[in-house]
Design a binder for this molecule. Structure first.
Ligand SMILES: NC(=O)c1ccc[n+]([C@@H]2O[C@H](COP(=O)([O-])OP(=O)(O)OC[C@H]3O[C@@H](n4cnc5c(N)ncnc54)[C@H](O)[C@@H]3O)[C@@H](O)[C@H]2O)c1
Length: 254
């Protein structure tokens, strides 16, 4: 008996990293998972791995920077599966630049990918989520609360996600839709590895990143996935509008 038996979950950016971790955890708990990612190769890889493990996942090619693509992903899911219960807005990236180095185009790109995308998925998923009394989870970041050096657009996008989560939670509580967001600190993903590889001494920086977390390690994608599972499941039936740090204690002294 899985905690998400009978549920359909659409996860953006589930082709690797945190989204993949969430997809694996959700599928293991019985959800049908729609992997909405721009990366066809990795999306198909994750869907196949979940299938081989006895779960059910479908890759749906999606570019979350394009409204038409989001709309198609949601309509295809609802038509094929009959309902949509969980929307996990996870796709996102980081451009590590301060205000002078960041171009206007880079700002627009990052805010579109990290923030506007979650508005658009929500907008188009709301009729189905209203029908299922469903759940929305937004993947923000601890830096959306506490800030991060050389990350002006990233922090703006993640802070925006926190505020949007609370606004949506209020607007749709009456529909029975819960809206929450997760604030990870460091998570061992290809995105983090890419950033580490740009540092002068990646191994030393990895040890430094581990040390940011009082618990002493950098989270695995599945550790974030299990927090998302709680928010997605009936265990969180009275939890809405929350920005949940899943950060190994980092926010206690970032
Ligand atoms: N890794 C961390 O330490 C960390 C910490 C806090 C928050 N986050 C957030 O978690 C989320 C996932 O991060 P990650 O580290 O797993 O990243 P990642 O780069 O490892 O994976 C991101 C996924 O999003 C997909 N994607 C990118 N652009 C897309 C688009 N236009 N349409 C659809 N899919 C697209 C990629 O193909 C990839 O599969 C992001 O929103 C990130 O900001 C990450």
């Amino acid at each position: 008996m899985g905690r998400l038996d009978g549920k359909v979950a659409l996860i953006t950016g589930a082709g690797k990293g945190i989204g993949e971790g969430c997809a694996r955890v959700f599928a293991a708990e019985g959800a049908v998972v729609v992997i909405a990612d721009i990366d066809a190769e990795n999306g198909a890889r994750v869907a196949a791995a979940i299938g081989e493990g006895g779960g059910r996942a479908i890759y749906q090619h999606t570019d979350v920077t394009r409204a038409a693509s989001i709309r198609e992903a949601i309509e295809t899911t609802v038509t094929r599966e009959g309902h949509l219960d969980i929307l996990l807005n996870n796709a996102g990236t980081h451009i590590p630049k301060g205000a002078e180095a960041l171009s206007e185009d880079e700002w627009d790109f990052l805010l579109t990918l990290n923030l506007k995308s979650a508005f658009l998925t929500t907008k188009y998923a709301l009729p189905a989520l209203r029908a299922s009394r469903g759940v929305i989870i937004n993947m923000s970041s601890l830096v959306g609360l506490v800030g991060q050096a050389n990350s002006v657009a990233y922090c703006a996008s993640k802070g925006g996600l926190i505020a949007m989560t609370k606004a949506l939670a209020l607007d749709h509580a009456g529909d029975g839709i819960r809206v929450n967001c997760i604030l990870p600190a460091g998570v061992r993903t290809p995105l983090l590895q890419h950033w580490l590889d740009q540092q002068p001494d990646p191994a030393a920086t990895q040890r430094e990143v581990d040390g940011w977390h009082p618990l002493g390690w950098t989270a695995s994608p599945e550790e974030i996935g299990r927090a998302a599972l709680f928010l997605a499941s009936a265990d969180a039936s009275f939890v809405t509008g929350v920005a949940l740090p899943v950060d190994g204690g980092t926010s206690l002294g970032y």
